[in-house]
Structures are given as structure tokens and as C-alpha cells.
Design a protein around this ligand. Sequence first.
Ligand SMILES: Cc1cc2nc3c(=O)[nH]c(=O)nc-3n(C[C@H](O)[C@H](O)[C@H](O)COP(=O)(O)O)c2cc1C
Length: 268
Amino acid sequence: MDKQYIDQLIKKGRDSMKMPIEDPEYRSDQDLKLPQPILAKEAMRSESIDLPIDFENLSIENDFLRIINTRQSVRNYSEEELSLLELSYLLWCTQGVKEIRGQNYATIRTVPCGGARHQFETYMIIQNVESLEDGYYHYLPLIHKIECLSTHQDLKPFIIKALGDQAWAAKANINFFYSVVAYRCEWRYGIYAHRVALIDVGHISQNMYLAATSIHLGGCGVGYLNEAVLNEAFELDGEEEFMFYAFPVGTLDKNIKLTVKDPYDFIR
Ligand SMILES: Cc1cc2nc3c(=O)[nH]c(=O)nc-3n(C[C@H](O)[C@H](O)[C@H](O)COP(=O)(O)O)c2cc1C
């Protein structure tokens, strides 16, 4: 890559973070009264799996300051079995639907999202989770179920490839992957949608960090993906829907020490 091309890419990247020039004439598809896209992707398979929702049976840390304080990126996992209830809790805390507004106009979820468009889909590579076969899965947030897309043995080599050689992620019980269904937010925000979407995924990520911490699991956001490999594995077309962000979560390695720091230590 020559310097001029790199400069162009840098400019393109910066521009995608900025507000596009305001044009009073501009109308998004919602303004033009075009049909609204569906709130969440339909099931890709005919069968789905129920998830338990008796979260009161989980040992959930309820000291909020402690959760905030001990949250950290964890990349060492013990590879013990994870329960289906823990998986269900993580899914609900990050994309769970609390309400449907209007005539299927919007979902209100456990995370905020610009215009309540919720343009993300949750996929998972699951290993060693109670009662589930190892394989690729997809979350159905409107009914809080998951569907198995395909089962596989020895998923570790694929995980390492999919996360650009980040081998530590292969020990995670669940590698969560978030795709963007671009038109779901473009319908409302058009040329302004992409900046909003970048902000939105941060909320999912932070809820995942805090939810995992609250049930004594460890995880780490991963921005570096082999997008093409993941798109193919999860049957995404790479244009209308493409993989965007990953979040491995696993059982905590006993050597991990979650430190509680005095919030004022740093400024004293
Ligand atoms: C958007 C985002 C992308 C990240 N990508 C990676 C990654 O690809 N690999 C990795 O090891 N850590 C990744 N991290 C974790 C950061 O390195 C980590 O949050 C940072 O070092 C601060 O540490 P802490 O989370 O323990 O406070 C990512 C975190 C975020 C929020």
C-alpha cells in the first residue's frame, strides 16, 4: 500500500465516524414511508431450543460498585462446563427483548440503541455448554431461544482462524459474534446510520462485560476478526449482513485474580 492510498483509507475511516453534511432535502427510507424491515432476523432452521429464564437460581453478584470495579478483559479460561442458564442470562443481558413498541415498530431491549433499531444479530460458537452439542448457533431474541445452525467437533482451529490467530479465544465456552443487518438502521437514519451503529455495539459489549463479571465468568471484546471466514460460516452475505464484533466468554481460570481497587487510589 502506498502512502497516498493509506491516507485515503485513514480519511475514509475518520469520515465514517463524523456526522455527514446535513442536507435539509435528504430523506431516509422511513421519511419516504418505505416498508420497515423486520425487527429481528427470522429463524434460519425449523427447530429451536428453549432457554431457561429462572435467573434467580444464578449466583449473581449484586454489589454494583464491585462489578464495575472488578470488570476486566479476561483471556484465560478453565474450560469447565457452562450451564444453559448462564448462557441464557448472557444473551438476555446483552440483547434480551423487554417490550415491543407500536405495531412491531421497535423492540425495547436490555441495551440502548439509536432509534431502537437494534440492527445486530447474535451468533455463537459453543463448546462445552450443558445439554448443547458443540457447534454454531443463532439467538432468536423475540422468543428468547437459540437455534443450532450446525454441529462440529474440535472447533478450536476454526475459532483461532476466525479471530485472526488470537489462540486464547479457543478456550472460551462461548464465542459470541455480532453481525450488523445494515438496512435495519439505514431505513431510519440513512446516511447517518453507520456512525450510530458504531456507537450502539459498545453498549452490547459493556453489558456483556458486566453480565459476565456478575456471574463470575470472564470475557473480552474482540474487534479483530476474519470477517470473510465468519460470514461464510454463519451464512451471511457480507453486504446486507456482515460480522462485526466478537466476544469470547468462558469459565474463569483459577489463576485469574479479580482485583478490587479503591476508586480513589488513582487520584490520591
Ligand atoms: C472494541 C474493543 C475491541 C477489542 N479488541 C480486542 C482484540 O481484538 N484482542 C484482545 O486481546 N483484546 C481486545 N480488546 C480488549 C482491550 O484490549 C481491553 O479492553 C483493554 O486492554 C483494557 O483492558 P480492560 O478491559 O481489562 O480494562 C478489545 C476491547 C474493545 C472494547
